[in-house]
Ligand binder design. Structure first.
Ligand code: GDP
Ligand code: MN
Length: 420
């Protein structure tokens, strides 16, 4: 018989108590959410994260950053799916996917949005002529519209957002909101007191895919003013999504400000207790539950790693948002007021939704799209990428924000890893 030294036994007992405390913290509404192996939904419907490590969080940060750099330094080119659709000889006669470019933008951001559109056109859209939808809660000025039209190859739709949908609902308790925003500001949460920012996050989480203009479209490529695109794309990315049955495409994944999403996970667990059948058996649970690299974040966010796909770039299938699991869930989230009492971002909301309700193999990491939104850049070793420095992801003090390695380590199948 092997006897366990007393010191180790005591350590194990301590670990058990600590993990029990953590478990209680994420237990909600009868939903048993445990930390255990390979976070898949088991027969008894437990969400489990059990990866353990003897390393310190700081060591894990460095190791994960190193892995990210190794991945980005590998020579890649295009997805090797064998079904890429090449640019047509006449883009105006081309049978496009049911897709649009999409941007929510203010009139005063004209210069920045033109800067980004020029790059998107040069690298991609001049070859395919996809349309653009511009959204704004204020009317676009004539100057805005005329200037944009000079720079795009596709049809343009300039759309207003109904104020009743954009603005915060009457049901929000303004006093509670004020107190909550003071608190968030004291914790240095960015945009804490900027109601328009909360409106924006809520709109992109709950409402945009129901905009009357977007009803005619299935896929969208979201972009933001002031972002940069570095790589030539010589295939139709929307048809790539469609033909390879992808629901969601991203470029960068990060941790979030934990104070901004304190109750997002507990509220979600309450919802899941009522709708356990909405969970996808092949969801991205490890990505959402990981607690090794930034354990304080997972703790403060009550069980959510805070890892999310950075939504300022995303290519996705709106049929997913329009499906019952996602739409029921975000309507429930909205009813809790968390977009105003906290500062839930659309990125964590999209990511938790897609991670819980969709097959993780339908989520695609576009490593061939070189992209920058301050202060992060994704730049692979790819012959079509110019003007960015391979693997130069961010400043040293922000390395701990990298969540791409978790995606790679925990969620990508060998097939996904070898797609490039
Ligand atoms: P950050 O990337 O999280 O710092 O947020 P941004 O300030 O870049 O905003 C995200 C996106 O929403 C950008 O495309 C902005 O142009 C847009 N946006 C943010 N606030 C508003 C707003 O009040 N009205 C409109 N129309 N667009 C907004
Ligand atoms: Mn931005």
């Amino acid at each position: 018989m092997v006897s366990i030294p007393r010191k180790i036994a005591r350590l194990l007992a301590f670990a058990l108590i600590v993990s029990t405390i953590i478990l209680v913290g994420v237990n909600s509404g009868g939903w048993n959410l445990q930390a255990g192996s390979n976070s898949r939904v088991s027969g008894d419907r437990k969400l489990v994260f059990s990866h353990k490590s003897a390393k310190t969080p700081q060591q894990i940060v460095e190791e994960n950053y190193k892995t990210l750099q190794e991945i980005l330094k590998r020579p890649i080119h295009e997805p090797k799916t064998g079904n890429l659709v090449r640019p047509p000889s006449d883009p105006d006669q081309y049978d496009r996917a049911n897709a649009t470019m999409l941007v929510l933008v203010r009139n005063r951001e004209l210069g920045q949005v033109v800067r980004t559109i020029k790059q998107i056109e040069a690298k991609f859209n001049r070859k395919f002529h996809y349309p653009y939808v511009f959204l704004n809660e204020e009317p676009f000025t004539e100057r805005f519209k005329e200037t944009i039209k000079k720079h795009v190859s596709g049809k343009t739709y300039f759309e207003s957002i109904d104020k009743a949908i954009w603005e915060q609902p009457e049901s929000i308790n303004v006093q509670r909101q004020d107190e909550a925003m003071q608190q968030l500001e004291a914790e240095n949460v960015g945009y804490a007191k900027l109601v328009s920012y909360h409106n924006m996050c809520r709109y992109y989480s709950v409402n945009f895919y129901n905009h009357p203009r977007l009803q005619q479209f299935r896929y969208y490529w979201r972009f933001e003013p002031g972002t940069d695109y570095y790589c030539d794309l010589d295939y139709d990315v929307f048809k790539f999504m469609e033909m390879n049955k992808k629901t969601y495409g991203f470029v960068i994944a990060l941790y979030d400000v934990e104070q901004s999403v304190k109750t997002l996970w507990p509220r979600t667990m309450e919802f899941l207790a009522e709708h356990p059948d909405y969970l996808h058996p092949n969801g991205a649970y490890d990505f959402l539950l990981e607690n090794l690299q930034n354990p304080h974040k997972t703790l403060i966010a009550n069980g959510y790693s805070t890892c999310h796909f950075w939504s300022n770039f995303e290519i996705a299938d709106m049929d997913f948002y329009r499906s019952k699991p996602y739409s029921d869930w975000v309507n429930f989230l909205d009813s809790t007021g968390g977009f105003y009492y906290e500062r839930w971002g659309d990125a964590p909301v999209h990511s938790v939704g897609i991670g819980l309700f969709e097959d993780r193999d339908k989520i695609h990491w576009f490593r061939d799209i070189g992209y920058k939104h301050q202060p992060y850049t994704l730049c692979s070793n790819c012959p079509s990428c110019k003007g960015c420095k391979t693997a130069d992801f961010t400043y040293k003090h922000l390395r701990d924000q990298n969540c791409l390695t978790n995606w790679w380590n925990y969620e990508m199948s060998e097939e996904q890893k070898n797609i490039y």
